[in-house]
Design a protein around this ligand. Structure first.
Ligand SMILES: Nc1nc2c(c(=O)[nH]1)N1CN2[C@@H]2O[C@H](COP(=O)(O)OP(=O)(O)OC[C@H]3O[C@@H]1[C@H](O)[C@@H]3O)[C@@H](O)[C@H]2O
Length: 286
């Protein structure tokens, strides 16, 4: 009778590992590493795919010969059979070495509390890249994963909640390590999309503010330009002249990186206006 007992996983407060995790991971990996075959992409994206291909070919092709199965295995080995509240940054280093990528200079886009808008921008500006436009960010986005010290299986019932269980869990540690590497690899002028509808568009507690800002290399990155975007129809809460942006400016100054800031950077504002064409702030006369 005991043989039929499913292995008991520890109970956590967060949702369990994403169902079909391995299939999703491998599927996304093959799609990404085979972007060189346009038939993979619906026609309407093909031209943008080809633009991205021209810019990114050297990086995508260099990934192509990296077996997705090896990358998936390195990913699993980082957290499987480990207490999901004890996963360390070092656990992810073999994966980072296997799938590391660099983005062309001047083309890195960071974001904080502006995920959708930032990705609308890099969708239109195919030569610019967020972390999710790199392989590991692309395959892991939106997924949850955790293991258990007493099992070689993933825990699909529950995973640690960041607040109620532990901050250093298998998912949060992954994004911290990946974000750090993304910032370390950045060069030239880098961009960040910030949310001016929040009281603090820049937060030291965010991944951008707590990890990426501190891992930019001043000898590689000469300028950080911030775009503080206000939600259409909402009164602005923060702006380039706000105290949180002054904090960011001060951090950049101490790190010998030039800082510029624009409120409602027009190309991004146009993206917001596509969805809100009637708004007065979107009339072309402004
Ligand atoms: N799916 C992604 N998740 C994350 C990326 C990312 O690029 N993709 N992250 C972090 N991240 C996870 O998102 C939330 C906070 O976002 P949110 O509070 O909105 O903003 P953060 O500054 O914390 O993070 C965004 C920043 O870090 C990278 C990406 O390159 C952006 O420049 C937190 O759990 C992080 O672990």
């Amino acid at each position: 009778r005991l043989w039929h007992q499913p292995l008991k996983h520890r109970e956590w407060n967060g949702t369990g590992s994403t169902a079909h995790f391995q299939d999703i991971f491998l599927g996304r990996c093959y799609i990404y590493t085979q972007l060189v075959q346009p038939e993979f992409r619906p026609y309407h994206m093909q031209h943008t795919f080809e633009t991205k291909l021209l810019i990114f070919t050297s990086h995508v092709l260099s990934l192509r010969d990296r077996d997705c199965k090896k990358i998936e295995e390195a990913f699993r080995n980082a957290f499987i059979s480990k207490d999901p509240c004890e996963v360390t940054e070092e656990d992810y280093h073999p994966l980072m070495e296997l799938a590391s990528q660099t983005v062309p200079c001047d083309k890195t886009v960071f974001w904080s509390r502006t995920k959708e808008l930032a990705h609308q921008y890099t969708w239109v500006r195919q030569e610019m890249f967020t972390l999710e436009n790199t392989l590991l960010g692309y395959v892991a986005d939106g997924l949850t994963w955790c293991g258990d010290s007493g099992s070689s299986e993933m825990n699909y019932q529950s995973c640690p909640d960041w607040r109620k269980d532990c901050k250093n869990n298998s998912v949060t540690v992954f994004w911290k390590v990946l974000s750090k590497m993304f910032a370390e690899n950045a060069c030239g002028m880098v961009q960040v999309v910030l949310n001016g509808s929040l009281s603090n568009a820049f937060s030291k507690d965010s991944t951008f503010g707590g990890v990426e800002v501190h891992n930019l290399h001043p000898e590689k990155v000469h300028t950080l330009q911030a775009w503080v975007m206000h939600d259409i129809g909402k009164s602005p809460s923060d702006s380039c002249s706000g105290s949180s942006i002054m904090d960011l400016k001060s951090i950049m100054s101490k790190r010998n990186i030039k800082f510029t800031c624009q409120d409602n950077y027009r190309p991004v504002k146009f993206l917001q206006c596509v969805r809100n064409p009637e708004d007065s702030s979107c009339s072309l006369r402004t």
